[in-house]
Design a protein around this ligand. Structure first.
Ligand code: GLU
Length: 486
């Protein structure tokens, strides 16, 4: 049996798109499931889109996700180099061979002529497509123009009739009418190949057995098949993954949310949560299971269970899942993960023991790292603001005023406040005033946290200490009940 060899072949545009992450992940899962090989290949032949640092960034981001590859630009391998801009001569040679075999041709049309042709086709409501002018040049004309050094490209000679069919693992039989397919440029006037030529040549020489990529590449397949056919190369198996959609079912776009993996990283999504979420964008194991470790994904993944229909990117679900993963983190990793977000929020985290307590007090209420800035605010400020309407309303109760007044009097008689003392004090207030349950606890909670749903009070008391508790209760007595001189 031949070893499964798959590739992730991104064009380095500056960041890793979540769709790219899904492609990388499915290739990785497929390779690992079959004890195969994953190749990372950088498709950087479009020099106009070159972004310095993009490759390093991409590799760093992939590392963060836990997706590992076996051959690639930074680790080498038997079929390198793995960066297309370092393989240009190979593509040129193959473009020339295609011309010699009569499967491609030189085209000398100027960009101006092509643009005019395109405009006219659009005006006539025809799909824009090369009109074949240079396909009909005589060999003598071609030789003459080449001799004159007229700038040219090399185009694929698509059959003018018939159809091209192939089997897609996800979509079944897919058929295209050849007449509708453009004579694709394979080699550009700058001597660089287009994606189509370089991709096929590399998939062949890198011995790729399965091409797993986004649906947007489906229309390229009939062109690619012409190249395989011309060289007599074996065609890899193909699997085109469903589109990623916004909740309104339009194509996933920046306008409706983040698309760069780096953005999710920066906001405090955990790699294991993002990977779990992305794995389910188009694939499901056929069970109710939703939370998967990477090993479980590897064990259960199959291309046969990838859907054809577009997959909606539901950020609510990602948030929920990330919260699940945050709550599962071991304490040390939790602290290590969340401390930088507190720091970025401008808080002083130099007291490590205190920072740890704060994190443990609030982590259950957050979905992602950056949420902790808001969730922990109360611990880093000296004043309490009560903005939540339910909280304000609750303080309007006569019982709330009583509780806070008595609480404050009792605080003034203490010289320290720990959790046990606090519970004792609350019991006394209940006994003396007859106020209990929510009416007893809620005013204190609101006075200390500003909200009705916040961190648990024992945590708050422990982290605040007596002076801060006193100060917050005094502020509420003054601001809400206009008591002065308390
Ligand atoms: N370079 C292409 C991309 O950026 C690769 C497509 C393919 O996998 O064939 O997605």
């Amino acid at each position: 049996m031949t070893t499964v060899r798959v590739r992730f072949a991104p064009s380095p545009t500056g960041y890793l798109h979540v769709g790219g992450l899904r492609t990388a992940l499915y290739n990785f899962l497929f390779a690992r499931h079959h004890q195969g090989v994953l190749v990372l290949r950088i498709e950087d032949t479009d020099r106009s889109r070159y972004v310095p640092g993009a490759v390093e960034n991409l590799i760093k981001t992939l590392k963060w996700t836990g997706i590992t590859y076996d051959e690639g630009p930074d680790i080498g391998g038997p079929f390198g180099p793995y960066v297309q801009s370092q393989r240009i001569e190979l593509y040129r040679e193959h473009a020339r061979k295609l011309v010699e075999m009569g499967r491609a041709y030189y085209c000398f049309c100027t960009p101006e002529r092509l643009e005019k042709m395109r405009q006219e086709q659009i005006a006539r409501k025809q799909p824009p497509k090369y009109d074949g002018t240079c396909r009909r040049l005589s060999p003598e004309d071609v030789a003459q123009k080449l001799k004159e050094g007229i700038p040219h490209v090399i185009r694929l000679k698509m059959p003018l009739e018939g159809e091209t069919s192939f089997e897609d693992i996800i979509r079944g039989t897919v058929t295209f009418q050849n007449a509708l397919i453009d004579d694709q440029v394979l080699l550009k006037s700058d001597g660089y190949p287009t994606y189509h030529l370089a991709n096929v040549v590399d998939d062949h020489y890198m011995k790729i057995t399965h091409v797993i990529r986004g649906e947007e590449w489906l229309p390229s397949v009939p062109k690619h098949l012409q190249i395989y056919d011309a060289f007599g190369w074996e065609v890899p198996k193909m699997a085109h993954l469903p589109l990623l959609l916004n909740p309104d079912r339009s194509k996933l776009s920046k306008r409706q949310g983040d698309v760069a993996v780096e953005d999710y990283m920066a906001k405090g999504y955990l790699p294991e949560a993002l990977v779990n979420f992305v794995a389910l964008l188009g694939w499901n194991p056929g069970t109710e299971q939703e939370i998967f470790s990477m090993d479980e994904l590897i064990a259960q993944f199959s291309l046969e269970r990838v859907n054809k229909a577009g997959a909606v990117f539901d950020i609510q679900k990602l948030n929920w899942m990330n919260g699940v993963y945050i709550r599962k983190l071991p304490e040390d990793r939790l602290v290590e993960f969340l401390t930088p977000f507190l720091e970025r929020g401008g808080y002083d985290v130099s007291d490590k023991a205190r920072t740890r307590k704060i994190i443990l007090a609030v982590y259950k209420s957050i979905d992602k790292g950056e949420d902790i800035v808001e969730a922990a605010r109360i611990f880093f400020q000296e004043t309490v603001e009560i903005e939540e309407p339910e909280a304000r309303e609750f303080l309007q109760k006569e019982t709330s005023h009583t509780v806070l007044k008595v609480f404050y009097e009792k605080l003034n008689q203490l010289d320290k406040l720990d959790v046990d003392t606090f519970k004792q004090v609350m019991k006394e207030i209940q006994n003396e005033t007859g106020i209990k349950k929510q009416d007893l606890w809620m005013p204190v909670r609101i006075a200390l946290t500003g909200v009705t749903h916040g961190p648990e009070l024992p945590f708050v008391i422990d982290i605040f200490g007596l002076e801060k508790v006193k100060s917050f209760v005094r502020q509420v007595l003054e601001k809400v009940y206009q008591e002065s001189g308390v």
